[in-house]
Every structure is written in structure tokens, then in C-alpha cells.
Design a binder for this molecule. Structure first.
Ligand code: SF4
Length: 446
């Protein structure tokens, strides 16, 4: 159970020395209880208190790194049930299932799909993160051969090795030594053997049970065997059961600090009907899955999955922003057009994308409006004539361009005259309202 602020206070030095940045030990204890501070800020806490508080102040869902190197993914560390309370921390990992019963060429084809799945969306690289190899053949040799193919063709991609047979798991996991794979398929009958393999290979265990009671008994048993890094599967496969069990797990971990269920959740949502599979996966993304295993991700599906995941895992209280500066698109000369917009990420990426489409080298002045879009920023008094004039003057652009013409978004045509008044010697041209009008607008000027 989580400790209260007063219980934590009793374990602190009570000297009120302020070294932790808080006025009193009690104030620091309250912050610790709310998980808004970490114990390492107090340099004088005793070893005994560290042990007790360390356990109590650990994230309710165990942080785990799956895979290694650039493509490693982080899981767990979540502290809230709702993203309006606090940002969700580690985005759900999307994994594609490969069966060892597939032919070598089919496995290679799927690996290529995974390796080429990356897209760039509003400045973030998004991709299929992992491969889940299933021992569908039941044959140790085939499982090992497929694992070997994955380790040679997609060596950096995190791997889930799915089998209930410890001998097959051991043969395959040795191909991923040091790469933090997951051995999935750990149950009451193979737990000891799987725990021994995980300890030797420093692998993560994927624990599966029939319901939450069985699951928590099993994770306790595995922990007592010396393995702490686990991902858990309640056995839910239907959308309704995934929502129900994932919610109960998250509640138990966060509200009750119930350690046996304080692990990242893995859900298997494979469906032959691709659209149906996407719908079930969307349920998992929105309701607490840390790993989703799918059969396939076509490009259309990628876009839907990635976009939903990105939206769920951004901070709803902080708009996504890009840096305030003058961006060069193409190779603009001193005569090239100069346009302006706000620093809301989505606005920037849409506007810059349309300018790129025009093939007209252009400078895009992006002004800090606290991440608001053009109309909202104007309405909030952040994209005003005087602020735009100050930004342009201080940006140094007058040394870069020979002309004195600024193209503003059509939505703020109303301030064109005021900008000209405040920005002496400049002409303001009203551009299109929507970014998709920019290519035709820019081409018409050449
Ligand atoms: Fe108390 Fe430690 Fe903070 Fe000092 S640093 S005020 S002893 S909690």
C-alpha cells in the first residue's frame, strides 16, 4: 500500500534543512506521497528509510525497457488513470506477430514491412516497434530457425518470443543475448524453468493467466523466483474483456498500489479482418495496453494506429510546439518569399509541407504563440500586429532578404494594415486562408 504523507514524514530526518528544495520535511513528505518529488532530493535520509520509502515511492507500474539500442522501447511508469490528470508516460508498443510455421520468404517479407514502417508525423518518428515470434509449429528447431532469421535481418528490433516450451524459449532467447527480449507464455506450469532462463539471459517474462486472481498469484511466484521484469496478460482477447481487465489492472496498481499487478500489460488483438483488428487495437491504445500484438499493419492501418497513439500520449495541457525562428524551406535566396505563421506544431508541419509541395524556396517565420494555431493565437492576443512587428525586427531577417514583403495567413487579413504601420518600410501581403492554398499562391507569384 502507498504510504501517507505523515507516514513518510516519520521516516525523514526532520531537520527542515531545505536541501531538498522544500521548506520543511513535512512539505517534502507530502510531495513524495503525491508522487510529485523523488526521494533522492533529500541527501540526509537514512539507509533504512531509503529501503522502506524506495519500495513505497517506486512507480506503481514497474518501468521496463524492452529491447536495446536506438529501437528500445520503454514501458510502465504510468501514475494516473486519466490523461487529463497527468500525461501518460510511455506510448503503447505495437508488435507484429510472425509465426514460425511461415515460409522463410514470408517471414522476410513481414520483416521488411516492419523495417520500413517508420513515418514522420509532426516531427516525431513513428513505427511498428517490435516483432512477436510465435511457436505455432510446436517445433523447437523451426522456432529457433525463425528466431535466427529475425536476429540477422532485423537485429535492432525488440523481440517477443512466444512459446510455452522452456527448451524452445531457451534455444531462441540465446540469439538475443543482451537485447532484452520478452519470453512470453509463462504460466503456472513452466514458471520455474522460464524464470531460470530469464535470469541467465536477463530477459523479460511475459506472464499469462486466466483472470486477474491467477495472474497476481503467478507474478508473486515469479518475483519470489528472482525475476522482477514482467509484462502481464490477463487472458482477455475480446474488446470488452480487454477494457475491463486492463482498467482493473491499472486501478489496482495506481489506486491501491497493488504490486502483483503493477506491471505493463500486453494484449493480443490479432484478427483476420484487418479493420476489426484496428478497432480492437484502438481499444487497447486508449485503455492502458503497453504492448499490442497484431497480425499485420498495412500502411493505412499504421497511420490510424500511430496517430491515435501519438494523440493519447501527448500532454493535453501543453500544445505541441516548435521553436520560434525563421525556417528555410528549399534553398531560398535574398529575393525569396517570406511567410509567417504560429508555432503550433501541427500548423508548422502543415504549412511547411504545403510550401515544400510548391517547390518554391521560401522562408517561413514561425512566431512563438505558446503553441496556439493562427486564429486562436490572434483571438488570444498573441499573434497581433505589434508582436509580429517586434518579432520580424528582432529576427534579423532584414539582413537576409533584399525585399520587404511579409505574407501573412488569410485568416488574419484584418491586421495587415496595422502590421504595415508598425513595421516601417514593409509591405504586407495577405496569403490564402488555408495552407493547402499556398502552392498555387506561391507559384502564381513567380
Ligand atoms: Fe527534510 Fe531532507 Fe528536505 Fe532537509 S532535505 S528538509 S532533511 S526532507
Amino acid at each position: 500500500m502507498a504510504l501517507t504523507g505523515v507516514e513518510i514524514f516519520k521516516l525523514l530526518p526532520k531537520t527542515n534543512c531545505k536541501k531538498c528544495g522544500h521548506p520543511t520535511c513535512l512539505a517534502f513528505a507530502m510531495k513524495l506521497a503525491q508522487r510529485q518529488a523523488t526521494l533522492d532530493l533529500c541527501p540526509d535520509v537514512s539507509e533504512d528509510a531509503k529501503r522502506i520509502l524506495g519500495e513505497a515511492s517506486a512507480p506503481p507500474i514497474r518501468p521496463i525497457t524492452f529491447g536495446s539500442g536506438d529501437k528500445a522501447v520503454k514501458m510502465g511508469e504510468e501514475t494516473v488513470l486519466f490523461r487529463h490528470d497527468k500525461k501518460f508516460v510511455n506510448p503503447c508498443t505495437l508488435a507484429i506477430e510472425l509465426k514460425d510455421s511461415l515460409s522463410e520468404s514470408d517471414i522476410s517479407k513481414k520483416l521488411d514491412e516492419v523495417l520500413t514502417s517508420e513515418i514522420d508525423r509532426v516531427g516525431q518518428k513513428l513505427r511498428v516497434d517490435a516483432i512477436a515470434l510465435t511457436n505455432a509449429s510446436g517445433d523447437k528447431g523451426k522456432f529457433e530457425a525463425a528466431a535466427k532469421l529475425i536476429s540477422s535481418k532485423a537485429s535492432g528490433v525488440p523481440v517477443i518470443l512466444s512459446t510455452t516450451d522452456p527448451a524452445s524459449a531457451e534455444a531462441a532467447v540465446k540469439l538475443f543475448t543482451g537485447k532484452r527480449p520478452i519470453i512470453y507464455g509463462v504460466n503456472a506450469s513452466n514458471a520455474e524453468a522460464m524464470a531460470n532462463i530469464a535470469k541467465t539471459e536477463k530477459a523479460i517474462l511475459g506472464v499469462v493467466a486466466n483472470g486477474l486472481d491467477e495472474l497476481s498469484t503467478l507474478t508473486e511466484k515469479i518475483k519470489s523466483l528472482g525475476v522482477e521484469d514482467m509484462v502481464i496478460d490477463s487472458g482477455a482477447r475480446k474488446a470488452k474483456d480487454i477494457v475491463e481487465n486492463n482498467t482493473l489492472i491499472r486501478r489496482a496498481a495506481i489506486k491501491k498500489n497493488f504490486k502483483p499487478l503493477g506491471y505493463p500489460v500486453i494484449n493480443f488483438v490479432q484478427r483476420e479482418d484487418s479493420l476489426y483488428e484496428a478497432l480492437i487495437a484502438a481499444v487497447g491504445i486508449t485503455k492502458f495496453s503497453s504492448i499490442l500484438v497484431l497480425i499485420s499493419i498495412e500502411k493505412w492501418k499504421n497511420l490510424a494506429m500511430f496517430t491515435l497513439r501519438q494523440n493519447i500520449y501527448t500532454d493535453p495541457q501543453v500544445p505541441m510546439q516548435v521553436e520560434q525562428k525563421i525556417y528555410k524551406i528549399g534553398e531560398p535566396t535574398a529575393e525569396s518569399p517570406l511567410t509567417i505563421t504560429t508555432n503550433f506544431s501541427l500548423t508548422y508541419f502543415i504549412v511547411s509541407g504545403e510550401i515544400e509541395n510548391s517547390k518554391i524556396p521560401t522562408r517561413l517565420a514561425v512566431m512563438d504563440c505558446e503553441g496556439l494555431s493562427v486564429l486562436t493565437a490572434w483571438a488570444a492576443g498573441k499573434f497581433t500586429a505589434s508582436k509580429i512587428a517586434t518579432f520580424i525586427k528582432e529576427s534579423g531577417i532584414e539582413n537576409e532578404v533584399k525585399h520587404r514583403e511579409l505574407i501573412i495567413p488569410g485568416y488574419v487579413a484584418i491586421i495587415s494594415g496595422s502590421i504595415e504601420e508598425k513595421l516601417e518600410g514593409w509591405k504586407v501581403t495577405v496569403g490564402p486562408r488555408e495552407a493547402n492554398g499556398l502552392p498555387a499562391f506561391l507559384k502564381a507569384r513567380t
